[in-house]
Design a protein around this ligand. Structure first.
Ligand SMILES: C[S@@+](CC[C@H](N)C(=O)[O-])C[C@H]1O[C@@H](n2cnc3c(N)ncnc32)[C@H](O)[C@@H]1O
Length: 233
């Protein structure tokens, strides 16, 4: 593998072709299946409507059990897995993955600038959950107790990092991804993101001297990811 290999493909098909024990860190952000709870976009006077529907790609039903066998097979014995998820899927992930790994924990990303709720009718969605799992002997690069909090604060992805075309509603900030890549892998390791969107995990991995493998099913997002990765020296 060169510095990176990315594919415009359905990751469920692609993973079948991947060799056993070929990945050091799976860091991924699959669909959340939260669009089904949406009450629709919110029109804001004089501004662009607030996207409450996420996107079409969120309407597929994601079954964590369909990822388990390939994730376990491609991950090295000292590898780590970090998966962004949401309140409605956390139980399913736990049910399927907890018994398969020595440790199953969660990590919270606190967004310091979440979308506002102008009618003040509920909490802001300012926290995103990331589940993580590993087996004994896994890679772990903590230097201080402070770094060991299962909590990280950063704004949501903003200009100029945020892409305008295509605009991805779930583009993650590279700063957050770098924090995880640093803790959970070493230089030269292979980081894999089967649901890479516009390639943010790849940017974090390459900028930190890791190798990157990724899949994205949508052509426009894939092309945007390709462009971002090509620009990293
Ligand atoms: C939450 S987004 C990831 C966003 C990404 N973290 C970023 O910063 O750009 C999930 C992505 O998974 C893609 N996707 C959904 N099903 C897929 C599949 N079966 N194979 C590959 N990609 C898929 C969607 O098109 C979407 O871009």
């Amino acid at each position: 593998m060169g510095k990176y290999s990315i594919y415009n493909i359905n990751c469920f098909e692609f993973m079948k072709t991947m060799p056993d024990s070929s990945v050091d860190l799976i860091l991924t952000d699959p669909p959340y299946n939260i669009s089904q709870y949406s009450t629709g976009n919110i029109n804001l006077p004089g501004r662009e409507a607030l996207n409450n529907n996420i996107a079409d790609w969120d309407n597929i039903t994601l079954e964590p059990k369909e990822l388990l066998n390939d994730f376990k097979r491609i991950l090295k014995s000292d590898g780590n897995i970090f998966i962004f998820t949401s309140y409605n899927l956390i139980g399913k992930w736990h049910e399927v993955f907890d018994k398969e790994f020595d440790t199953f924990q969660f990590f919270v990303w606190h967004k310091t600038n979440p979308a506002p709720k102008i009618y003040k009718n509920g909490f802001l969605n300012s926290c995103e959950m990331i589940i993580c799992m590993w087996n004994k002997g896994h890679t772990w690069n903590f230097s201080t107790q402070n770094e060991m909090h299962n909590f990280f604060e950063s704004p949501i992805c903003m200009q100029p990092e945020r892409l305008k075309n295509p605009k991805h509603p779930a583009q993650k900030p590279v700063k957050l991804l770098k924090h995880i890549v640093n803790i959970a892998s070493n230089k030269g390791d292979v980081v894999f993101d089967p649901f890479m969107g516009v390639g943010s995990t790849g940017v974090a991995a390459l900028e930190l001297g890791r190798k990157f493998g990724g899949c994205e099913i949508d052509k426009d997002y894939f092309e945007a990811a390709k462009k971002r990765l090509e620009n990293i020296k």
